[in-house]
Design a protein around this ligand. Structure first.
Ligand code: AMP
Ligand code: ZN
Length: 117
């Protein structure tokens, strides 16, 4: 069923506490933890507890939870006192998505270029 935990999903395992993560924030609907391979001084992933393969599918099925992810992403930036930061939803392998459980990257603490690679 849509939103149910998937046995083969890394981020569902983090939500369930079966794989360790450095969790920085939790809400009823989301978990935020530090990226294992940080690309900036702050690099946190915000995920919905429910499993959806991409942010687009999350937003279509559960727009309120998609809004929670965005709100928590901004809260992470506030906690780390970031004046400038980037929130990224890689969507599809061609855009660099490697984990198919919706997630926002919150990145900041260094200068950034546009457009990204
Ligand atoms: P994406 O490429 O947009 O799908 O992002 C997946 C992110 O998950 C990458 O930045 C990885 O470094 C990160 N990642 C993979 N495994 C873990 C893990 N066990 N704990 C924290 N972050 C992870
Ligand atoms: Zn999942």
């Amino acid at each position: 069923m849509a939103g149910e935990p998937q046995d083969d999903c890394l981020f569902c395992k983090i939500v369930e506490g079966h794989i360790p993560a450095t969790i920085v924030r939790e809400s009823e609907t989301t978990v935020a933890f530090r990226d294992i391979n940080p690309q900036a001084p702050t690099h946190v992933l915000v995920i919905p507890r429910a499993h959806y393969p991409s942010a687009a599918e999350l937003a279509a099925a559960e727009p309120m939870i998609a809004a929670d992810v965005l709100r928590e992403a901004h809260a992470v930036a506030d906690e780390d006192k970031l004046e400038s930061y980037r929130i990224v939803f890689n969507t599809g392998a061609g855009a660099g998505q490697t984990v198919f459980h919706a997630h926002a990257h919150v990145m900041g603490g260094r200068g950034m270029q546009w457009p990204p690679g």
